[in-house]
Design a protein around this ligand. Sequence first.
Ligand code: GDP
Ligand code: MG
Length: 441
Amino acid sequence: SLSDRLGGVFDRLRGRGALTEADVRTAMREVRVALLEADVALPVARSFVDKATEAAIGQDVLRSVTPGQQVVKIVHDTLVDMLGPDTAELDIAVTPPAVVMLVGLQGSGKTTTTAKLAKLLSGRERKKVLMASLDVNRPAAQEQLAVLGQQVEVATLPIVAGQQPVDIARRALQAAKLQGFDVLMLDTAGRLHVDQALMDEMKAVSDIARPNETLLVVDSLTGQDAVNVATSFSEQVPLTGVVLTRMDGDARGGAALSMRAVTGKPIKFAGVGEKLDAIEPFHPKRVAGRILGMGDVVSLVERAAESIQAEDAERIANRMAKGQFDMNDLRAQLQQMRRMGGLGALAGMIPGMKKAQAAMASGAVDEKILLRMDAMITSMTPKERAKPELLNAKRKIRVAKGSGTTVQDVNKLLKMHQEMSTAMKKLKKMGGLKGMMAMLG
Ligand code: GDP
Ligand code: MG
């Protein structure tokens, strides 16, 4: 993974002040390989690396992180920036009917996505939606949409045999206007490869229907070819956005970056399964983590930033300053860890926490252990929570009984608390939680 690669590169750099151009360029070679492995198209990977390099050179390495982590954060932020925005909505606030047209290669998921979006709009947004299939190439394509329409309880345009796409589009528009539909969704035909006949057909339909949204539907498993697909389509019809399908599979998501870079249009939705509710708004941060293939650093940094509340940090920092870190603080920490998905990741990020992690459990730290610790702290009296040293043998037995654990477990918890207060004191010396929070943004 990228973090392993960078780890190797940066082991030599530990402790330096600012990231030098030479260091950054060495690191970016690894970033480029990681991007290509994630199926980002070559020219896109190149221009991305240029951007990230520019952002990284000369940045100071923060005290609380390694140079590798710092570069990962910069690369990640650049990636999110290029993938964004994450609030893409369909632009359908127009005089009805709003027209949404879906285009793309055959099998990319247009018909399925048409039904998914129709379901979304008719359900959550209570829009009156009409769907029409313009696919006269594939046998039974129009019937496929009619069946999906029944499943999602959305109207479809009655099928008239022998009509051409342009005529169907005209008829659909008229029906939508006359029958007071809010949104008309046009599902178009695809080809296995981009060809001119298809493009001409799409252009003709686009001229007649004047869509408010023209969404390019792309299979996220499309590798290096993604650039060609995006280029051809965006040259021929005015795209307004992209939908990436099959994000439930093991695609690393590189197509997302390629699509975004080539079309310049927002990725609005991600298809995450065959079921008709398997569609989500596109999350640049999630996809960035996937492209980089480094669950550890990036997602931790992201989740930490999301879930650590400023007040919490402030309060703990203040208590640390007074040399206090009691069981209530520990409990707050444990709850935070549960929200962030485990101590392992957190421990990797905070210097000095590795030891606490080791003390916490020899095996995997899972939700159950965190919950059990929470139960032990709950079984303590307020006085014991504030002053854990009060816990003598007799009190430990009571806590163990109260929480359904053993005295050994209670001892482990106390040991961990001890280790953590030591780590917290060290952390304070190194610039404190606040410094770390500032870095997490
Ligand atoms: P079209 O030719 O572009 O209209 O593609 P279809 O909508 O007919 O989809 C082709 C196949 O891909 C169907 O079997 C769909 O169920 C499947 N499909 C579409 N979107 C997704 C997705 O997001 N995830 C998965 N796993 N399958 C999908
Ligand atoms: Mg289709």
